[in-house]
Design a protein around this ligand. Structure first.
Ligand SMILES: [Zn+2]
Length: 602
């Protein structure tokens, strides 16, 4: 399959790359014994069942079965082709090579509709940005943005733009460039009139491109400068295959590295806050006007287990922060809350005090979740009255009881006592009546043990085919030895037979079987996952010919049993039609075959 890049180059890149480093960019990994564990990026989970083996240079998920080597990880995770994955790793290692561009190699590989939509979006992104930065028509919008505290480098970094007031600027351009307008409608750029013609969705708005986790622009949010009635202040791209608010986190692809580095993520309420704070706070993301979903949390959780929420300081923002904090905490994330004074939003604060002070005074002074909850539960209550004090105590005690640390419990009980004037000992007594909140206990952070070895319950022939293949994958010499011993036998399972065939073709073409090698040679995810599972088997450092012969023997036995089963079916048929002669002959034959089989294997 990968003919365009010489095998030596692929080998060299593999040798210069450590799978743990590469996967660490996307998944938070912790060492546990010989392997690393983390949350699987291919299926939603709360306890790590995704493992990476530095020795074998492969990854494998016990939960969903995903698996492969460093190349297939990038292929599966980032939607890259094999060539792209090699090229991206080649850039990072020092291996020099040239190859033709991925488009030339695999024209049919990408989804063509999606590709056209991404191109259409990208064309408009460039148009809008040009209009804002370089034209008279965009001048007012540019002044407005600069006035609001955005600087030129932010405008360029985030490709902010301006959409003209006209109805057909974008649609005419897209048509002229030969785009299929119905696809552009699906991508949310155009709206179809009753007569079948199209007009621009975004007009007279400041345009903020929205990128997905891969850094591809998949939609826009357009902000109006002078809101008129019936016009929303912000207009987002509609939901489409590319633009899905439930999974999109603004700035995620830029923030990934900084989040790992800083070991926490900042969560803003709006994407404009992310841009406003970007000079000092680069580890920030925001949802696109929706509340936090499980998918959002999963993405963040792969990078860090600490999140600082910084929402608007008004009532709605505080409510939303409280809600988000619960969601995050129940997924096992440590939450802190950065509070802004007097109903300010992050943007206001940064304009007034600058982004340096915003980071040092607001973000780095975020309070613990419990302190925030107490503050939140106190608001609107008059602690001068008995009613107010009681309702405050009743709201706070369940929260305190859910804390796992005794020190924290004491700390906040003390604060509650100070706030209300009720004695510490009475509060402590009262606390005992609350059972800990379930949701905080459920979350396990330790890797779950791999399921009990399947091999123990497998039939002998299944065990044999698995080990034969696993040993073959350890080195060319063993692969050839097994091939010789097989003498035309085949593997009972279709998948294993397929892997066997590919493996032989791979070594025939000069491929070397070494850690991390070969997996990418398999054409589909399913086979790759099967092969990685085999690679995860614990094998002896050296395999003896006798051990291999035992496995071959099991396959042979399986084939003979199959022959007998076939004869037995024929016998049954003969009996049904009263063909006594054939039935007797078959009966004799079957008896002999069983006898031979048993004699052979005793
Ligand atoms: Zn998985």
């Amino acid at each position: 399959m990968p003919e365009r890049i010489p095998e030596e180059v692929v080998d060299q890149i593999r040798l210069n790359t450590d799978i743990v480093d590469v996967i660490s960019e996307y998944v938070q990994l912790k060492k546990q014994g010989r392997n690393y564990f983390g949350l699987c990026p291919f299926h939603g989970e709360n306890s790590p069942s995704f493992s990476v083996s530095p020795e074998k240079q492969i990854f494998h998920c016990f939960g969903c079965g995903a698996g492969g080597n460093v190349f297939t990880f990038l292929m599966d995770h980032n939607g890259m082709s094999f060539q792209e994955s090699v090229a991206s790793l080649g850039e990072k290692s020092d291996v020099q090579f040239e190859f033709s561009s991925p488009e030339e190699i695999e024209p049919g590989h990408v989804n063509l509709n999606e590709k056209a939509q991404l191109e259409g979006i990208s064309l408009l992104e460039k148009l809008f940005h040009h209009l804002l930065m370089n034209t008279e028509e965009g001048h007012e919008a540019l002044e407005y943005l600069l006035d609001r505290g955005f600087n030129e480098s932010q405008l360029n970094q985030y490709h902010i733009g301006w959409a003209l007031p006209g109805w057909e600027t974008a649609s005419k351009l897209l048509e002229k460039k030969g785009f299929d307008l119905s696809l552009m409608e699906e991508a949310g750029l155009l709206i179809k009139r009753d007569d079948g013609s199209y007009f621009d969705r975004f007009r007279n708005r400041i345009m903020f491109p929205i990128e997905d986790a891969k850094g591809r622009t998949v939609g826009f949010s357009g902000r109006i400068i002078k809101p008129e009635k019936n016009e929303p202040k912000y207009l987002n791209s509609p939901e489409s295959p590319l633009f899905q608010k439930n999974t999109l986190l603004f700035n995620f692809h830029r923030a990934r590295g900084p989040i790992r580095k800083e070991k926490y993520a900042v969560l803003f309420e709006g994407f404009a806050d992310v841009i406003a704070a970007s000079e000092t706070v680069s580890n920030a993301v925001a949802t696109m006007g929706t509340s936090l979903t499980k998918q959002h949390i999963q993405q963040i959780k792969r990078l860090t287990d600490t999140v600082v929420i910084c929402y608007d300081g008004d009532n709605a923002g505080t409510e939303a922060a409280f809600k988000a904090s619960r969601e995050l905490a129940s997924s096992g994330i440590t939450v802190k809350v950065a509070r802004l004074p007097n109903g300010m939003d992050p943007d206001d604060y940064i304009q007034k005090f600058g982004s340096g002070q915003f980071k040092s005074e607001i973000i780095q002074h975020a309070s613990s979740l419990m302190a925030f909850k107490m503050w939140y539960l106190r608001t609107g209550k008059n602690l001068q009255t008995e009613d107010g004090r009681l309702s405050y105590i009743n709201a706070v005690l369940p929260e305190i009881s859910s804390l796992s640390s005794a020190v924290e419990k004491e700390l906040y009980l003390k604060q509650l006592s100070d706030d209300t004037g009720v004695s510490f000992s009475s509060l402590e007594e009262q606390l005992k009546t609350y059972l800990p909140v379930q949701e905080d206990i459920q979350v396990r952070n330790e890797p779950i043990a791999p399921p009990p070895k399947k091999t123990s319950i497998l039939k002998a022939y299944q065990r044999a085919e698995r080990y034969l293949l696993a040993y073959m994958m350890t080195g060319n010499e063993t692969a050839y030895t097994v091939q010789d011993m097989m003498e035309g036998l085949s593997f009972p399972s279709d998948d294993y037979q397929a892997i066997y065939t590919y493996l032989l073709a791979y070594v025939e073409e000069g491929g070397a079987l070494e850690p991390g090698a070969f997996i990418e040679y398999l054409p589909d995810r399913h086979l790759r996952s099967q092969a990685t599972e085999l690679k995860m088997l614990e094998l002896n450092a050296e395999v003896t010919k006798a051990e291999l012969a035992d496995y071959i023997n099991e396959l042979n036995k399986y084939r003979q049993v199959n022959v007998i089963r076939q004869k037995e079916a024929e016998l049954k048929q003969a009996e049904q039609i009263n063909d006594i002669k054939t039935a007797t002959a078959l009966g004799m034959e079957i008896f002999q075959l069983w006898k031979a089989l048993k004699g052979q294997h005793r």
